[in-house]
Design a protein around this ligand. Structure first.
Ligand SMILES: NC(=O)c1ccc[n+]([C@@H]2O[C@H](COP(=O)([O-])OP(=O)(O)OC[C@H]3O[C@@H](n4cnc5c(N)ncnc54)[C@H](OP(=O)(O)O)[C@@H]3O)[C@@H](O)[C@H]2O)c1
Length: 416
């Protein structure tokens, strides 16, 4: 790529996910020769990080500024083809950067899982992004790449084998082993505060089609509920399901994928994402226990006194995250069950190596940034606000399979 000083700027390199992303990018950019810079608000911490990077990473330029400094955001985004941001909560610290990327036609990806902010960014900037050519892609971590690309993988297989998509897909999280970082806790805390102060917040959180374009916000799915006290029986997998915390968020993203790709999954496509326990009374009890615990946790987080206690004594702080052992021992598995109107069933299995919240997330984010930089001429979309599946699809799937430890496999194709 030519014409700008940098190919990729990593913004927020000193945080828990930023540091890991810096390491992955330094290693990968060393291999592929892209010009990388790291940025943030604290020079000393950026220098300490740089000293620790592998290979040529120690030569990487450093950019120092503040996310709320619009002039600096403008200058920084004019110098690079791609910005990858880990400065969150994005609703608090991300808006100026998105506006600057859109203004300068700079491609952008991040780790947000904040639908209200994403909706606000789309509404404010989508028209301009189409003009300037900036590809803006939110949610390039565990939320929501495995679900978004997983459904696309299953539907591509359904179209290739049966000539039609699955009308309903249920994603079951069968394993999720790892931890989460301080920024995730801060984003969650911010969401709980917004619930108290912003009457629109709950309405939008529950609207399953909240991220779809205007005029495209109808469909068969009912409200997205965060932690219902509800367990259901999955007859196909012969096990009880329990709520999955990030299911509603991931579902919104892939419903947007379907809408902005002009409905390859069909206009009557229905989706749900939950976690799975096992069969029998033991499985039911485990699912109920989890649902109850989740509900109690939400109540504790919604109550200022207990929220303060959790924040001070339990939740990780900014910059903190799971230990190296937890990051490396972590893993996850999703089983996607797709049903066709004639009763045919297709299943896909997605696995990830490494703790989903930090290791796998930052490996995926790294590949998303590289895909925006290296595959710019091969992407099927121009400027605008896209999802991982709509903008990068199979290109990103190949990358995360080769470099981020994910696998995508079709495990069943059963005729009615
Ligand atoms: N989608 C997913 O699957 C997923 C997974 C993990 C995390 N996340 C999200 O990723 C985000 C980052 O998480 P994290 O745990 O890495 O957070 P973190 O450790 O708190 O790091 C935040 C970073 O933002 C920087 N920052 C904060 N305010 C800034 C400002 N005004 N100007 C410039 N830099 C600023 C911090 O700089 P200092 O170091 O100087 O404080 C730090 O580098 C969060 O929003 C989190 O929810 C998403």
């Amino acid at each position: 790529m030519a014409g700008r000083e940098f190919d990729i700027v990593l913004w927020g390199a000193t945080g828990a996910t930023g540091r890991r992303t810096a390491h992955h990018l330094a290693r990968r950019c060393g291999d592929c020769g892209l010009a990388l810079a790291i940025g943030g608000r604290n020079r000393e911490r950026l220098e300490a990080l740089r000293d620790d990077l592998p290979g040529a990473g120690r030569e990487i330029p450093i950019l120092v500024g503040d996310s709320h400094d619009t002039a600096f955001m403008g200058e920084m985004t004019a110098k690079t083809h791609v910005v990858v941001s880990t400065v969150g909560p994005f609703a608090l610290h991300g808006s100026e950067l998105v506006a600057a990327c859109v203004g300068n036609g700079t491609h952008y990806c991040d780790l947000t899982a904040e639908p209200k902010w994403m909706r606000a960014m789309i509404d404010a900037h989508e028209g301009k992004a189409r003009e300037t050519g900036a590809r803006i892609i939110h949610s390039c971590g565990q939320d929501s790449i495995p679900s978004d690309l997983g459904v696309q993988f299953l539907q591509d297989a359904a179209l290739a084998r049966h000539g039609k998509p699955c009308r309903r897909v249920a994603t079951r999280v069968t394993r999720m082993k790892g931890g989460f970082s301080g920024g995730t806790a801060a984003s969650f805390l911010n969401a709980m505060r917004l619930r108290e102060t912003d009457p629109e917040f709950d309405r939008l959180s529950q609207d399953p089609y909240a991220l779809c374009p205007e005029g495209e916000r109808d469909g068969p799915d009912g409200p997205d509920r965060m932690m219902p006290l509800e367990v259901t029986w999955d007859a196909d997998l012969q096990a009880w399901t329990k709520p999955f915390f990030m299911g509603p968020m991931n579902a919104k993203v892939l419903r947007r994928s379907n809408a902005i790709m002009d409905y390859p999954y069909g206009r009557d496509f229905s989706y749900e994402e939950t976690a799975l326990t096992r069969g029998g009374i033991g499985g039911w009890l485990a699912a109920m226990r989890y649902a109850l615990f989740g509900r109690l946790f939400l109540i504790a987080m919604a109550t200022p006194a207990t929220r303060g206690l959790l924040q001070r004594h339990v939740l990780p702080k900014s910059g903190e995250g799971p230990s190296r052992e937890v990051r490396e021992a972590g893993s996850y598995e999703l089983i996607l069950v797709g049903e066709m109107p004639d009763g045919a069933v297709m299943k896909a299995r997605i696995t990830g190596q490494g703790d989903p919240g930090v290791r796998s997330t930052t490996l995926m984010l790294t590949e998303a940034a590289l895909c925006l930089a290296e595959d710019a001429d091969r992407l099927p979309v121009g400027g605008g606000f896209w999802t991982p599946a709509a903008a990068m699809g199979a290109l990103l799937r190949d990358r995360i399979t080769a470099h981020a430890g994910l696998t995508f496999e079709l495990v069943e194709d059963r005729q009615p």
